[in-house]
Design a protein around this ligand. Sequence first.
Ligand code: NAP
Length: 161
Amino acid sequence: MNIIVAIADNYAIGKSGDLLCYLPDDLKHFKALTTGATVVMGKKTFFSLPRRPLPNRRNIVLTRDVSFTHEGVDVAHSIEELTSTLTPEEKVFIIGGGEVYRQFMPLAKELHITHIHHTWEDADTFFPEIDTSIWQRLNEEFHEADERHAYAFTFATYVRK
Ligand SMILES: NC(=O)c1ccc[n+]([C@@H]2O[C@H](COP(=O)([O-])OP(=O)(O)OC[C@H]3O[C@@H](n4cnc5c(N)ncnc54)[C@H](OP(=O)(O)O)[C@@H]3O)[C@@H](O)[C@H]2O)c1
């Protein structure tokens, strides 16, 4: 399993049920990596998506609510139920949010992190610490802030050591 997330310098990832900022080239990067794959998300993240389900991807929503259904979405009520519905050929991305990332960190093989070079003091949702004794940072690509991007950011991939 892969995790994909955009994290601020203070590990913040969200505020009031929404993202901290919109970076068009990061959304493009997210789309390029996840299209054709399976995306897994908590119910709060699902309802935060402007367009849901995400097109051209198998969408799986995690919820403990057994009555929840939504057109075009598969539902799992626990991590065990989720893993039992996945096939070995499927490429899986965990796409949030905070509660879900925390549970999947021990299961993830790769982290695709967009490091946003800014700090939001008023955030309410955070990513768990990336322990550098476990995770090795591989390639990275830096993007300057510009007229379309309020903050500079870096795409980085981490694999288990
Ligand atoms: N920066 C980023 O890249 C990024 C990415 C995604 C999301 N976000 C942000 O993160 C925030 C949302 O995160 P969040 O932590 O509040 O919520 P979340 O993780 O998106 O969803 C939590 C919900 O998922 C369900 N859930 C979680 N673990 C489960 C399990 N093991 N089995 C069954 N259901 C499970 C529960 O739904 P029920 O209550 O229905 O049982 C729970 O209330 C938003 O601000 C969003 O914008 C940021």
